[in-house]
Write a protein that binds this ligand. Structure first.
Ligand code: GLN
Length: 472
């Protein structure tokens, strides 16, 4: 096994035991990135100098015999919609192509404190809108398992970087599946925390009532280590919240696992269905109680509801890119209005403009009641589905995606088919509950993920079950 494929704990031990230095580790990652990034395009921006500098500081600490935190010297990547002070932050958009972040997101501050080594910023669908990373203004990322295929999205760059060993872990953001779906497509672990568990300060907003930052990693244990560092109340994000469960207990034999019947009927690839069901059967053979449950509004209405609420919030969040305050600003305009309209026209890609138009429409005076208000009501029904299910079970298991990673170009001209890849993941954001995608096998060389959904703030329960699934 090469250094780039080791877990956080293994690298930590190696550093502490002086088997290798932080500089050597970073060097080996940069070397692999050099070789592979041109083919799969996971990184939009590499911070070589910054990475080497942090690694030197770590080596100095080790020489001085100072204690090293678990993340100290661990190379990681960040989705390019999360702000890192003095580095570019493009959100995958032309409109922010030359934007330099003036401050660190809270998650970055927390990770920097641990002295993890930031390698660079990863590719994403423009403003995190998409399921394949093809909507990036800078070109698509390719799936390391099959370069003809997409890595999923919108955190496709982060997922592909971790899968290809170009980072030990990465941060992504998940508004409607953007951590879990690419994790599933690339064969890595991806955690979307409970809404509020991780501060959103410094995340470029897409849909504020749905957005969450979370980790992508090769093992559940690595995802947990990162989550434990980034979670918690932040005075800079009034929606952030955390309470430690001091009475936490996990006994797999007592765990009540729910499998929603609606998730296995609608257009799911039979090979994915077979793999996931085999997994559930294996759990049952170990004495785990499996119960069929129903989430009646989730598969029928959640995706449609998401596609009203998300563009409504996004259209309002994206109003700030007006050619004056941030990024791209057209020159030689005849009026201020022309600066606004032409900067937005030239700066935003087609998918972003489509969503701004849909959101503006759904929020407009004549249609608000029929669309936005109605969608909020259905959102309550989706939340209620989960609440009622969680009275009977402790966790819910579903496939993460109904399809295998599709070919580059296959869905880009058909937004509806692109949206349908998120059918199993968006309900979780509407309900605000946590969920993790864990690899559960492959069809040929293409990975398949299983999604474990938990009660609010019970990340540890879904991660513990994730570890059991990892071993099956
Ligand atoms: N794929 C979904 C979309 O296109 C999710 C995006 C996200 O989670 N950021 O909206």
């Amino acid at each position: 096994m090469e250094i780039q494929d080791l877990t956080i704990k293994k690298i930590h031990q190696g550093l502490v035991n002086k088997e290798f230095s932080a500089t050597e580790i970073v060097g080996s990652f940069l070397e692999r990135i050099e070789k592979k990034n041109k083919d799969i395009f996971t990184y939009i921006f590499l911070d070589k100098e910054g990475a080497i500098q942090t690694a030197k500081e770590i080596d100095e600490l080790i020489i001085q015999g100072r204690e090293l935190s678990l993340l100290g010297g661990i190379p990681f990547a960040v989705k390019d919609n999360i702000l890192v002070k003095d580095l570019p932050c493009t959100a995958g958009s032309k409109i922010l192509e030359n934007y330099i972040a003036p401050y660190d997101a809270t998650v970055i501050k927390k990770i920097k404190k641990q002295k993890a080594v930031l390698l660079g910023k990863t590719n994403l669908d423009e403003f995190a809108m998409g399921s394949s990373t093809e909507y990036s203004a800078f070109g698509p990322t390719r799936n390391p398992c099959d370069e003809e295929r997409v890595p999923g999205g919108s955190s496709g760059g982060s997922a592909a970087a971790v899968a290809a060993g170009l980072a030990v872990f990465a941060l992504g953001s998940d508004t409607g599946g953007s951590i879990r779906q690419p994790a599933s497509f690339c064969g890595v672990v991806g955690l979307k925390p409970t809404y509020g568990a991780v501060s959103r300060f410094g995340l470029i907003a897409m849909a504020s009532s749905l957005d969450q930052i979370g980790p992508l990693a090769r093992t559940v244990q690595d995802a947990r280590i990162v989550f434990d560092i980034i979670k918690g109340k932040d005075p800079l994000d009034s929606t952030s919240f955390w309470i430690d469960d001091v009475n936490f207990k996990f006994d797999i034999k007592e765990l009540r696992v729910g499998v929603p019947k609606e998730f296995f009927v609608k257009g799911i690839n039979p090979k994915i269905e077979k793999l996931v069901k085999e997994y559930i059967k294996k759990l049952e053979d170990q004495g785990v109680g499996i119960k069929e449950i129903s989430l009646p509004h989730c598969t029928d209405y959640a995706l449609a509801t998401y596609h009203i609420i998300m563009p409504s919030e996004a259209s309002s969040n994206l109003a700030r890119y007006d050619g004056i305050k941030y990024g791209l600003s057209v020159q030689k305009a005849k009026s201020l209005k022309e600066v606004y309209s032409r900067s937005r026209q030239e700066g935003f890609g087609e998918e972003v403009r489509r969503r701004i138009m849909l959101g503006t429409f759904a929020l407009s005076a004549g249609y608000y009641d029929a669309y936005y208000l109605r969608a909020q009501k259905v959102r309550t029904l989706v939340r209620r589905d989960f609440k009622e299910a969680f009275e009977k079970v402790d966790v819910i298991l579903t496939p993460t995606s109904p399809t295998l990673p599709f070919k580059i170009g296959e869905r880009i001209k058909d937004p509806l088919s692109m949206y349908l890849s998120d059918i199993f993941v968006t309900a979780v954001n509407l309900a605000g509950v946590p969920a993790v995608s864990v690899p559960c096998g492959k069809v040929g060389q293409l990975p398949v993920g299983i999604q474990i959904i938990g009660k609010p703030f019970q990340e540890e329960t879904i991660l513990k079950l994730g570890e059991v699934l990892e071993e099956l």
